[in-house]
Design a protein around this ligand. Structure first.
Ligand code: MN
Length: 737
């Protein structure tokens, strides 16, 4: 176990002004607090916080962080209290230990509901001070290094959590070295056979290719020094986990040198990066499409480097990373490098440094999302996606750089600039040309957003954008727009109710009556009527208490069949743009990638999957594959049979479009002409109405079920958006069987 003076010495090496007394007091306090406790390995428990502190000294962190690491388990696992910590070590260390205590027992791979909430707690705890996250990551690293002592049944869960949450989080904070070690340890525990197989192949390759590597190193070094560039060249091998992940994504030939080995060129100055690149590209042909300049546009986690691949010595493809020593430091330590001890800098000063980093900004943006009350599950989904996605870099017309996840649209761009810009975005220009607002942005695109004040973003955009910020803002804006729509609808219904009753109406009188309806404002009361929460007759009664009305029983729900009175066959009124045979029910010609062509494939007849929906296939032996949209409630029947689930993708021929059945439920004002208006709206989009049935569901409203045929999800969402915008409609829902 590390001795007291050893810990102090480790810190002194990079920080001559170390507060020796503080470290010593923390050491003794934690040792006493943990007393006779032992770890699963049989070691004294106290060895764990010490190892965590040691990991953080490798990152050259400040005294407060090291002390917090030594104390991090005292409040959770011993009789120590936060007040005591504050009394002995001051308020700043109390705050760090408090943050660590809050997240100590979070379970991030537990039941799905708790997972999102826990992830949210984790980010909230590290929000104030990124040093909490650094200690937490070091804590996890030590626990992973000693995972083999933990009972087998617990290991998989901890390893999975590490791979799912902590490793990507370390990567997102730019701490590649920590991330690689976490991934490597988790991979070994989760897939020991795969790990061993790759490791033994790597061993062979090293033996076989060692000479080539040395030769390439030597040739590169000589070439640089001949051109007067001081550069350190090192060959490096990819980690087993990164090789495995690559093999999983696309099959790579294991023997290909370029896929296994890379070379790192460390130079002194930024200009040297480009000079070195020039040398490499003059000497050897470069492989097209492999050049990336993260020096001029850093990644969102602050990573900077030039990447290129050339056909190098011995006609080998060689991957090269060119960076300065400072960039290398940041690539390895990420946000911790920003917190590096500076002689003159106070602790607050260093925190300021860390706050300038992009990684910290990402953390802040993510926390902004939390503040806007997304549900934890959605939050987890967004954040996780963003943790893993690659970035594209785009520019504002004034040259400002906006980094977005790959796949982002101009709408995401607009929201990244400002929520108000996103909310009023109606069009865009990409590189000076008008372009669709939902096109995919490419690296280097210059994006100009065309705005119209008072515009409300269509609800359908929510599922088409990729950033959490855009999604949350669109949901908020549409929620507000929907509320105003309900209010407008409610106002019409109330006006008619007063007319029916033969009573005078005025806003002022209704305002006085609001307490009787238990609503704070007119708009709230109208919206409640529009939503059907308050019956319009009760509003009349609130204003005129003497008013009585015989209330009719609503007719029971009834499904109408074609030909029955009340049934509307709409086909003839609708402008049918395209109609392809065989789109419904029976075995359909949708090619599904990755499967043999002779497996019969059909759509679940009531499933209502349309292109654009995420779909899954359920395999029934002897029958074939049935396709369901992922949101289909019918899928719950297969929850306990994971081996029957197949990952399938749409592969639609754009030249030969088919229509697909979809069902929506519309609640609209109960008055003549409503149905015709809705049918016209739908017809204008080019959809086919197959069937309509309706039922009266209250004196004010009528519910209608439309069976439609649509081209794809975008088409369907467009129909839903148009219906929702209609003055007579109160609610539209998609129905999946
Ligand atoms: Mn711990």
């Amino acid at each position: 176990m590390m001795r007291q003076y050893e810990l102090v010495e480790r810190v002194r090496k990079y920080n001559p002004k170390v507060d020796e007394d503080l470290l010593n007091r923390a050491y003794v306090y934690a040792m006493k607090a943990h007393g006779q406790q032992t770890r699963a390995s049989g070691d004294p428990y106290f060895s764990h916080p010490l190892e965590v502190a040691a990991i953080l000294t490798d990152l050259k962190l400040d005294d407060a962080t090291i002390v917090a690491a030594v104390l991090h388990d005292t409040v959770e696992d011993t009789s120590s209290t936060l007040d005591e910590i504050e009394r002995l070590f001051g308020p700043q260390i109390r705050k760090l230990v408090d943050g660590l205590t809050k997240i100590e027992k979070l379970d991030l791979v537990s039941k799905k509901a708790a997972q999102g909430e826990n992830f949210r707690k984790l980010l909230l705890a590290v929000a104030d001070d990124v040093r909490v996250l650094l200690v937490k990551l070091a804590d996890r690293l030590h626990n992973m290094r000693t995972l083999h002592f933990v009972p087998v049944e617990k290991r998989a869960r901890i390893a999975q959590e590490t791979l799912d949450i902590y490793a990507p989080l370390a990567g997102r904070m730019g701490m590649q070295r920590l991330r690689e070690e976490l991934e490597g340890l988790a991979f070994r525990h989760l897939m020991p056979e795969a790990y061993l197989a790759i490791e033994s192949r790597l061993h062979e390759l090293r033996a076989r290719n060692g000479r080539i590597i040395k030769r390439i190193e030597k040739e590169l070094t000589e070439e640089f020094s001949a051109r007067g560039i001081h550069a350190a060249v090192t060959g490096r091998q990819k980690t087993p986990f990164s090789i495995w992940r690559k093999m999983e994504r696309k099959s790579i030939a294991f023997e290909q040198l370029s896929d296994i080995f890379g070379f790192r060129i460390i130079v002194d100055e930024v200009e040297d990066c480009y000079r070195a690149l020039g040398v490499v590209h003059t000497k050897w042909p470069s492989v097209p499409g492999r050049f990336k300049d993260y020096v001029s546009t850093p990644k969102q986690n602050d990573y900077r480097s030039i990447h290129t691949t050339v056909i190098g010595p011995g006609h080998q493809r060689v991957e090269l990373q060119i960076r300065t020593a400072t960039m290398h430091e940041i690539a390895r330590f990420g946000i911790a490098a920003h917190a590096l001890y500076k002689d003159s800098a106070s602790i607050e000063g260093k925190e300021e440094l860390a706050k300038e980093s992009r990684a910290f900004k990402w953390l802040q943006d993510t926390l902004d999302l939390l503040a806007h009350g997304d549900s934890p599950d959605e939050f987890l989904e967004h954040t996780r996606l963003e943790l893993f996605q690659d970035q594209v870099f785009c520019f504002t017309p004034k040259g400002g750089l906006i980094a977005l996840p790959r796949g982002a649209t101009p709408i995401d761009f607009a929201y990244a600039v400002h929520t108000l810009v996103g909310n009023s975005a109606v069009g865009c220009k990409i590189n000076g040309r008008i372009a669709p607002v939902l096109s995919q942005l490419q690296n280097g695109d210059e994006v100009e957003i065309i705005r119209a004040e008072g515009h409300v973003p269509p609800a359908a955009w929510e599922s088409l954008v990729v950033t959490g910020k855009a999604r949350a803002a669109i949901r908020r804006a549409t929620r507000e727009a929907v509320r105003m729509q309900y209010a407008g609808l409610g106002r019409q219904i109330v006006a008619r109710a007063f007319e029916r009753a033969g009573r005078p109406y005025s806003d002022d009188k209704l305002k006085i009556a609001l307490p009787r309806l238990a609503r704070p404002s007119l708009d709230d009361a109208f919206a409640a009527v529009g939503r059907g929460e308050i019956y319009s007759g009760d509003v009349v009664k609130a204003v005129h208490p003497d008013f009585t009305e015989e209330r009719k029983q609503p007719a029971p729900l009834k499904r109408l069949e074609p030909g029955e009175p009340g049934w509307f066959g709409m086909k003839s009124n609708v402008n049918v743009v395209f109609k392809a045979p065989g789109a419904t029910g029976e075995a359909s010609a949708i090619p599904i990638r990755g499967l043999r062509g002779d497996v019969p494939v059909r759509f679940a007849p009531e499933g209502g999957a349309v292109p654009g929906d995420r779909i899954v296939g359920i395999l029934t032996p002897g029958e074939g594959i049935t396709i369901y949209p992922i949101q289909s409630p019918a899928l719950t029947a297969f929850d306990d049979q994971p081996d029957r689930w197949l990952d399938v993708r749409w592969d639609i021929d754009p030249e030969n479009r088919e229509l697909f059945p979809a069902r929506i439920l519309v609640t609209a004002i109960n008055e003549p002409g409503t149905l015709g208006a809705l049918a016209t709206l739908i017809g204008e989009t080019g959809a086919n109405i197959d069937n309509v049935s309706f039922s009266v569901h209250s004196p004010d409203f009528r519910e209608m079920r439309f069976d439609l045929e649509v081209a794809d999800l975008k088409h369907l969402n467009d129909i839903i958006a148009r219906l929702r915008a209609s003055a007579v409609v109160s609610k539209v829902e998609r129905v999946n069987g």
